[in-house]
Design a protein around this ligand. Structure first.
Ligand code: GLU
Length: 553
C-alpha cells in the first residue's frame, strides 16, 4: 500500500524543503521581552473599512507601546474577490492616519526578513507545510465534486444536522492511499483537506485578551487547506504566516472567533505554539428600526474611511475618536491632556468594552473641532490646500489664489490660549468663508439677498447700519464693542437683558439685534467667526461698501 510519505511525494514532487528549513529561514525575532509583534492582514477586496482602520490602529498601538513590530500582510488568496489596486490604496490610506508599518507589505514594495508578505507569493512555503501534514497523515486529497458537496448538504439539511464536511460526511477521508494515488494519476481534480481529529460535542478552553477565558466547541470540520488553484485558504495561510512571521498577538475582528477552534487545531497539529489572540468588538450604529447593527458597507457612509477623508475630517480626529471606542479610559485621559500627545496614552486590552461600540458622529465632530482649533494658520493652510486639491476644486482655487488672505481669515481667534472652534471639518469650508471674498459675497447677495430678522423693517435696518458706520476698528475689541453698545443704546436698543425682559415694549430690541444686523450685512450669515475680527480682515473700506449697498436700497 502507498504510504503517506509516498502520497505526499506524488502530490508535491517539486517541494524539497522541510519545515526545519523554514524554521531556520525565519528565526525567532530578537526583541526585548514584552515586545509585541502584531499584524494587520487586509484582503485587497475594496476600500478601507472603518472597522479595519480601528483594528490596524490597535495593532499599531500595541506594537508601538511595547517597542515591538507592526507589519502588514496582504491576504490575497481569494483571487476572485480581489480588486485591482486596492492593496496599495489601503496602505496609502493607513498612512494618512499615521499608521505606518515597520515591516511588511507597504503597497508598492515590501520590507523585512519575514517575507514575502503577500500571500500569493508564499505558495512555496504553504506547500512545504502541507506536504508535511500529508506525510503525517493529517491531511488528504479530496476529490469531492460540487454535486457531491451539494448532495451532502441536502442530506444534512433534511436531517437537520450541522452542515459541513466532517466525520461520516467527509467521504474522501476514508479512501485509502492506493485509491488516492490512482485518482491522482487519472487526473481527477482535487483539493487538500485537513483531517480533523476533533468532535464538536467537546469543548475547548480558549483565552482571548479582550473576551477573557471561554469555552467553545472543538472543530471537527475537515476544512480545505489547499485549493485547486494552488493557493491555501485563509485559515491555513493565517496559521502558517503568523507562525513563520513570528506574530505574538493576532488582533482581528470579532467575526473570527467562530473559526478560532479551526486555527487552534491547526497550530496543534503542526506542533506550533499558537499566538495570543485579541478579537476586537465590531463597530455598530443604531439602525433605521432603532436597533443596534453592524456598520454596513452597503448602507452606511461612515463604514468607509474614504467618507471621512472626502469630508475633510482631520485624520487625528478619527483616530482619537476610535481610541475612545478602543479604551474606555481614553476619553478622560485625552481631555486631561488637552487633546494632545495621544501617543503617550497606554492602551490596554482590559479596558476594551465587549459590546460593540456605537459610532457617534457627534463625538467625532467634537474631536474634530478641538483638533482643528489647535492648528496654526500655516497648518490650516497646508491642510486645506492638500484636502481641496484632491476633493474640492472651488476651495482649492479660492485658497491658492491668495494664501496670505486665507491665513488671515482662518487665523481669527486662533493661535491663542482658548482658540475658537469655528470649524468642524474642511468639507464645506468654502461656504463658510466665501463671504470674505468680495465677488463671492456679491454673487451670494444677488441670488439670495440679505435676510434680516423680520421684526425689523428695512428702514430700521438702515438706521442701525448708518449709525454703525461710526464704528472704529483701529482700537481693541473691547472698545469696539462698547462703541457698538452705546450706538445701539442711543437708537433705543437695550444692553441690559433684565431690563429688556421686564419691559420689552420700551426698546427696539437688544444689542444682540444690532450686532446681528451688522453680521448679516457683512457676512450674509447669522453665525460667523468673531465679528470684530471679521471686520479687521475685510477692512473698513469693504465693510462700509457692504453697508452702503444696503443703505442705497
Ligand atoms: N484577511 C482577513 C480579513 O481581511 C484578516 C483576518 C486576520 O486579521 O487574521 O478579514
Amino acid at each position: 500500500m502507498v504510504s503517506d510519505k509516498e502520497l505526499a511525494e506524488l502530490i508535491f514532487p517539486e517541494v524539497k524543503e522541510t519545515i526545519a528549513d523554514l524554521e531556520a529561514r525565519y528565526p525567532l525575532r530578537n526583541l526585548p521581552s514584552g515586545a509585541e509583534v502584531t499584524r494587520f492582514a487586509p484582503s485587497p477586496t475594496g476600500f478601507l473599512h472603518t472597522g479595519s482602520l480601528f483594528t490596524s490602529m490597535v495593532c499599531h498601538k500595541v506594537a508601538n507601546d511595547s517597542n515591538g513590530v507592526f507589519y502588514v500582510r496582504l491576504e490575497d488568496t481569494d483571487t476572485k474577490r480581489e480588486i485591482e489596486g486596492s492593496g496599495l490604496q489601503l496602505l496609502q490610506q493607513l498612512k494618512l492616519f499615521n499608521i505606518v508599518p515597520n515591516e511588511g507589505y507597504l503597497g508598492d514594495h515590501q520590507v523585512g526578513q519575514y517575507g514575502p508578505y503577500i500571500q500569493s507569493e508564499r505558495a512555496d512555503i504553504y506547500k512545504v507545510v502541507i506536504k508535511h501534514l500529508l506525510e503525517e497523515g493529517k491531511a488528504y486529497p479530496c476529490f469531492c465534486s460540487q454535486e457531491e458537496l451539494d448532495d451532502i448538504r441536502a442530506k444534512q439539511e433534511k436531517a437537520k444536522i450541522i452542515p459541513g464536511y466532517y466525520g461520516p460526511f467527509a467521504k474522501y477521508r476514508y479512501l485509502n492511499n492506493d485509491e488516492r494515488k490512482e485518482r491522482i494519476l487519472k487526473g481527477d481534480p482535487y483539493v487538500i483537506r485537513f483531517k480533523s481529529s476533533g468532535n464538536h460535542i467537546h469543548k475547548i478552553k480558549v483565552s482571548d485578551l479582550v473576551h477573557g477565558n471561554f469555552e467553545i466547541a472543538e472543530n471537527d470540520m475537515d476544512i480545505v487547506i489547499f485549493k485547486s488553484d494552488g493557493l491555501p485558504t485563509y485559515h491555513f495561510a493565517h496559521v502558517c504566516d503568523d507562525h513563520f512571521m513570528r506574530t505574538t498577538t493576532v488582533i482581528r475582528g470579532e467575526e473570527w472567533i467562530a473559526s478560532l477552534p479551526i486555527h487552534l487545531e491547526l497550530f496543534k497539529a503542526l506542533g506550533w505554539q499558537a499566538p495570543k489572540y485579541a478579537h476586537l468588538p465590531v463597530i455598530m450604529k443604531i439602525g433605521e428600526n432603532g436597533n443596534k447593527r453592524k456598520l454596513s458597507k452597503r448602507l452606511d457612509n461612515e463604514a468607509a474611511v474614504s467618507y471621512f477623508l472626502k469630508d475633510g475630517y482631520p485624520s487625528e480626529a478619527l483616530i482619537m475618536y476610535l481610541m475612545t471606542i478602543a479604551n474606555s479610559n481614553f476619553e478622560e485621559w485625552i481631555f486631561e491632556h488637552k487633546f494632545e500627545h495621544m501617543e503617550e496614552f497606554k492602551f490596554s486590552f482590559d479596558k476594551m468594552s465587549l459590546e460593540g461600540a456605537l459610532f457617534d458622529m457627534g463625538k467625532l465632530n467634537f474631536f474634530s473641532r478641538e483638533i482643528l482649533s489647535k492648528k496654526t494658520k500655516e497648518e490650516m493652510l497646508e491642510m486645506t490646500l492638500k484636502y481641496s486639491k484632491e476633493y474640492d476644486e472651488k476651495l482649492y482655487n479660492l485658497v491658492s489664489s491668495d494664501p496670505e488672505y486665507f491665513k488671515k481669515i482662518i487665523n481669527i481667534e486662533r493661535e491663542k490660549e482658548n482658540p475658537r472652534k469655528d470649524y468642524e471639518k474642511l468639507g464645506g469650508l468654502y461656504d463658510l468663508i466665501s463671504f470674505f471674498y468680495k465677488d463671492l459675497y456679491e454673487e451670494y447677495v444677488k441670488i439670495n439677498g440679505l435676510v434680516y430678522n423680520e421684526k425689523f423693517s428695512l428702514e430700521q435696518v438702515k438706521e442701525v447700519l448708518s449709525a454703525l458706520k461710526e464704528l472704529d476698528i483701529s482700537k481693541d475689541e473691547q472698545t469696539w464693542f462698547s462703541q457698538m453698545k452705546s450706538i445701539g443704546e442711543s437708537l433705543g436698543f437695550s444692553s441690559d437683558r433684565k431690563a429688556y425682559k421686564a419691559n420689552p415694549e420700551a426698546y427696539k430690541g437688544m444689542i444682540g439685534d444690532v450686532a446681528e444686523i451688522l453680521r448679516i450685512t457683512l457676512t450674509t450669515k447669522k453665525n460667523s467667526p468673531n465679528l470684530y475680527y471679521v471686520m479687521q480682515v475685510l477692512g473698513l473700506e469693504e465693510c462700509h461698501r457692504r453697508i452702503n449697498q444696503v443703505l442705497s436700497k
